[in-house]
Ligand binder design. Structure first.
Ligand SMILES: [Zn+2]
Length: 199
């Protein structure tokens, strides 16, 4: 956990809202679009965890969550906008050292990663340790209690493409940066300031 990492509490009502939206988003995805790489988590749970992360970031930035349910094509990886800055929210429940990851694509080259969504990416997380077999996201989701999310920080695309390293945990290549390479959230407001008006 880095200085500047924010703990953000989502109430039981907010958790229920995000879980239902995440499930609804996953339900309309064609089966071929499965993101599943490990048997550990269902596609539905992954979608729900991603939506919990989005909600925490939206609340933190004072933005509305995009409730659109995309049946095809998706949102292009952009989850919300702060001024003119496009923001993609990522979730990684590894703790305490987690990674902001972007899938490797054919045609990626240094300085140009096809899957970085443009704008900036924000990393959110929870406090699991799946590497050592400890993840309680499924039970937590089932209980629908409040959820303390962590907002680790953000990085812009140009910097990410420069500093990300390729790793493979056995389920495909990923471009990764660790939490200490992220900038604290309050700097995102300054970064977006040129893109005002921001309410
Ligand atoms: Zn977990």
């Amino acid at each position: 956990m880095q200085p500047g990492c924010l703990a953000w509490y989502l109430s039981p009502e907010e958790v229920a809202y995000a879980l239902d939206l995440g499930a609804a988003r996953q339900a309309v995805k064609p089966p071929g679009l499965s993101r599943k790489r490990l048997a550990t988590w269902s596609d539905e749970l992954l979608s729900q965890l991603g939506t919990l992360g989005e909600l925490a970031v939206a609340r933190c930035l004072g933005l509305d969550l995009d409730e659109t349910i995309y049946t095809c094509g998706g949102d292009g990886g952009v989850d919300m906008k702060l001024g003119d800055v496009r923001i993609a929210v990522k979730f990684n429940h590894r703790w305490p050292n987690c990674y902001l990851m972007v899938e490797e694509r054919v045609g990626d080259s240094e300085g140009s990663l096809r899957d970085f969504p443009g704008g900036v990416a924000v990393l959110t997380g929870s406090t699991c340790d799946p590497v050592h077999g400890r993840c309680n996201c499924e039970e937590r989701a089932a209980s629908r209690r409040g959820w303390l999310m962590y907002i680790h920080g953000w990085i812009d695309g140009a910097t990410f493409c420069k500093v990300a390293v390729k790793r493979d945990w056995g389920y495909g290549g990923r471009w990764c940066v660790s939490t200490d390479q992220l900038r604290p959230m309050h700097e995102l407001f300054a970064y977006a300031k040129q893109a005002l008006p921001y309410r």
